[in-house]
Design a protein around this ligand. Structure first.
Ligand code: PMP
Length: 386
């Protein structure tokens, strides 16, 4: 059967070719639809059929909530891509990496000594807002969100207080390969590596941090499956995170693990060349097109990213970030997202990322239609016809 396709809401007609000019460009959320065409081409090999009687119990046959077969696939994947060291590391699964963010904060902050002040959770702007909002939501006695790392640089020596620094590399929203800012024995880092894949960044070397988080949301594009994993050096930290996962959700849905396994099998085919070549060339083309438009403008600019050697492609490669971190250059354009909205473009304002509202994040990982509409609207805005 031919798939029955629906038109993007901005298009109509039997072949979806009539564009509605009143339609806005959706460059807001990070839904990774850019990989949908890849999975359409691999529809049969990635399909999952689960019979009603299959795996009804809580655990796998070894009594755990974690599929060892999936752990092995994840290790094989990292080795093949060369983006993380997994030998002699513990692997844990979460409901997306979102669940693991707090599991990691819990593991780094839990202590039995109530006289020690709560751990200080920090990040460097512009940063992914969930680090703050989730930490605030749980409102724990053991940890508290304490603002930007710039407030604490060279000030981490507060008797016994633990600092937990979120490091996102490549960073959401600006795609930069970042490093931890704070130093000291009492500083723990949670390295969010959601975008450390060949689609989005050159891979200079395999990451080897104490605690790294990954997600299939940005690897295969299956954000709805809600499957992420952590790679952990320290056994004690791993065990605390396991306790969190056990008490919170009794591990991850077996169906999610099965789907992840099926998808990773396709990713692993041909040493990953197919998906990563597709992902990289799609994202690089988008970045090139965007730069062509914005370079004609004095009013707007984009973050600067340079070509760099990539150990996966074994050559110097162009940037291909997941998001544009666009700046309205004029001082009076203090609300850049309003200006873009006026031109029919919906992005996310800088203050969401604890940055200045002269900035806006534009998602480049949505569908080709969404990107084409974005290009169309931006061109009109830059040429003054919008
Ligand atoms: N970390 C970063 C930096 C992200 O951008 C996202 C998703 N947008 C996540 C974590 C969470 O991803 P998920 O829960 O889907 O694995």
């Amino acid at each position: 059967h031919e798939p029955i396709c629906e038109c993007n809401p901005c298009y109509s007609g039997s072949d979806c070719s009539n564009f509605s000019s009143i339609c806005s460009a959706n460059a807001g959320s990070g839904d990774p639809y850019f990989l949908e065409p890849f999975w359409m081409r691999h529809a049969a090999s990635s399909a999952v059929l689960v019979s009603g009687w299959h795996r009804m119990g809580y655990t796998y046959s070894d009594g755990s909530y974690i599929s060892q077969l999936l752990v092995d696939h994840i290790k094989k994947l990292h080795k093949m891509v060369g983006n993380a060291i997994t030998d002699e590391r513990y692997i844990i699964f979460g409901g997306g990496s979102t669940q693991l963010l707090n599991a990691a904060v819990y593991a780094f902050s839990s202590n039995n000594n109530s006289s020690v002040s709560p751990a200080k959770v920090v990040a460097t702007a512009p940063y992914y807002p969930v680090y703050r909002t989730q930490t605030d939501l749980f409102n724990s006695r053991d940890y508290r969100y304490e603002g930007d790392t710039s407030l604490w640089k060279n000030k981490t020596d507060i008797n016994g207080t633990t600092f937990i620094e979120f490091v996102t590399s490549p960073n959401n929203p600006d795609g930069k390969l970042t490093k931890a800012v704070l130093e000291g024995n009492n500083v723990k880092t949670i390295n969010d590596r959601a975008y450390y894949w060949p689609h989005f960044t050159p891979l200079p070397s395999p990451a080897d941090d104490d605690l790294m988080l990954f997600t299939i949301s940005k690897l295969t594009g299956h954000a709805g499956t809600r499957f992420g994993w952590g790679i952990i050096k320290d056994k004690g930290v791993y065990e605390k995170m396991l306790t969190y996962l056990d008490l919170n959700t009794m591990g991850i849905s077996r169906e999610a693990q099965l789907r992840a396994l099926k998808l990773l099998n396709v990713v692993l085919e041909g040493d990953g060349k197919q998906i990563f070549q597709f992902g990289y060339s799609t994202m690089r083309n988008r970045w090139t097109r965007l730069n062509q438009i914005i370079s004609k403008s004095k009013r707007f600019s984009l973050q600067k990213l340079s070509p760099q050697y990539c150990t996966f492609f074994k050559r110097v490669r162009d940037p291909s970030p997941a998001y544009a971190w666009l700046k309205c250059e004029r001082e009076e354009d203090k609300n850049c997202s309003k200006i873009l909205e006026g031109g029919g473009i919906n992005g996310r304002g800088g203050s969401m990322y604890s940055a200045d509202d002269h900035y806006v994040r534009l998602s480049l990982i949505r569908s080709q239609d969404d990107f084409d509409i974005l290009v169309n609207k931006l061109t009109l805005l830059v040429t003054g016809k919008g």
